[in-house]
Ligand binder design. Structure first.
Ligand code: UD1
Length: 356
């Protein structure tokens, strides 16, 4: 009997972006797709808008787990998953990226002897202080099939003895980005007019990682860098950042810095296209900036997406001065390198699942 049912476990914003092209490719192949939403992200702007804008099928199951400490959040997902897997009996459980929802999905499935495939396998920051790094390493070692986005990811998996399970499929975020780019190309995002900004005259910023938000001194250093930039900086503020800044008494509205709530995916893509540069700690946005050929400044000590740095489109910055200096650097040399694939990764993922 052929492949009949895939069960995807998702829960956080970047996972909905990755889910979109997979859901579409499974529909095209007439394969039953059960979507389990853990509820890690529940604000409509972090969740529902992605399902609506990207045409993703309604989740079949909502675990409704919500926010909490790592243990409470991951544990609640694990407890809820057993019954879901018993009910749906999938041929493959597909988990995405590196969040607590990824690890919980993989761990529950492997313990119940369901085959697990990890999409975006093999990424490493080699920084064990990041919750995402622990989630990735454990998920890769639990999974039966490792769907790697890049050649570097394949090498990382080989170094850990996992080459036998790994397949290079390309990056599904490229698939969805190219589609959305083509649909927004000509229209500047609404927030530009609202803020009285013109195309090419501002920087777009996002900051949300625990390493950057939880230590008040580090957060203040970053916010100061954004506020001293040579052009206006539009900070699309994740709820975690807003909560931590309020708790530490750090103002997100000062000097060049202007904050507004997170935007939907098409508006984000339009914003990156319209900006003079991006400053971020998001993995997805580093890559999106590169694919749209917008210079990126990454506020982290290291990056998993090393190709963006090697090709000159991304610079790591870890002090106020480095952030200010990196933002106004001159435009990198153009490149036609395509380390993240050609926009057809989801079809390769589905074919790989069928072949196995
Ligand atoms: C999570 C992922 C991170 C990913 C990010 C994308 C983990 C360990 N981290 O981080 O890898 O890059 O998602 O956005 O899985 N909150 C809301 N509304 C929501 C969700 C969260 O207000 O819908 C607030 C709550 O205060 C919550 C905080 O954000 O405590 C953190 O949320 P959480 O899901 O724990 O992690 P993220 O920081 O979003």
């Amino acid at each position: 009997m052929g492949l009949v049912k895939i069960l995807s476990v998702v829960g956080a914003r970047p996972q909905f972006v990755k889910l979109a092209p997979i859901d579409k490719a499974l529909r095209n192949a007439a394969i039953d797709h059960v979507i389990v939403h853990t509820g890690q992200h529940y604000d409509p702007m972090l969740s529902d808008v992605f399902f609506d804008d990207l045409g993703i099928s309604e989740p079949s199951v909502h675990l409704g787990v919500g926010s909490g400490s790592h243990g409470a959040q991951t544990g609640a997902m694990l407890a809820a998953m057993d019954g879901v897997l018993d009910e749906h009996v999938p041929d493959w459980v597909l988990v995405y990226g590196d969040t607590n929802s990824t690890l919980a999905g993989a761990l529950s499935a492997v313990k119940m002897h369901f085959p697990v495939a990890h999409l975006e396998a093999g990424l490493r920051s080699f920084n064990r202080r990041m919750p995402e790094e622990i989630n990735r390493v454990l998920t890769d070692h639990a999974a039966d099939l490792l769907l790697a986005p890049t050649a570097v990811a394949m090498e990382n998996l080989a170094d850990e003895g996992l080459a036998g399970h790994a397949v290079l499929v390309g990056d599904v975020m490229t698939d969805v980005l190219y589609e959305v780019r083509d649909s927004v190309q000509s229209s500047a995002p609404p927030f530009l007019a609202e803020l009285g900004l013109r195309v090419g005259e501002f920087y777009l910023a996002t900051i949300h990682r625990a390493e950057n938000t939880d230590d008040p001194a580090r957060l203040e250093m970053i916010v100061r860098g954004l506020s001293e930039a040579d052009r206006p900086v539009i900070l699309l503020a994740h709820p975690r950042l807003v909560a931590k800044a309020a708790q530490h008494g750090i103002a997100l509205e000062r000097g060049s810095l202007h904050s507004r709530p997170a935007v939907a995916y098409p508006e984000l893509v339009g914003g990156v296209l319209a900006s003079a540069g991006v400053v971020t700690d998001s993995g997805g946005l580093q890559k999106e900036a590169f694919l749209l050929r917008t210079p990126c400044t990454t506020v982290r000590e290291e990056t998993e997406w090393v190709e963006t740095v090697e090709l000159g489109w991304n610079v790591l910055a870890n002090s106020t001065e480095q952030i200010v200096g990196a933002l106004c650097r001159s435009r990198p040399t153009d490149t036609d390198a395509a380390p993240y694939g050609d926009g057809n990764a989801a079809a390769k993922v589905v074919q790989t699942l069928i072949d196995r």
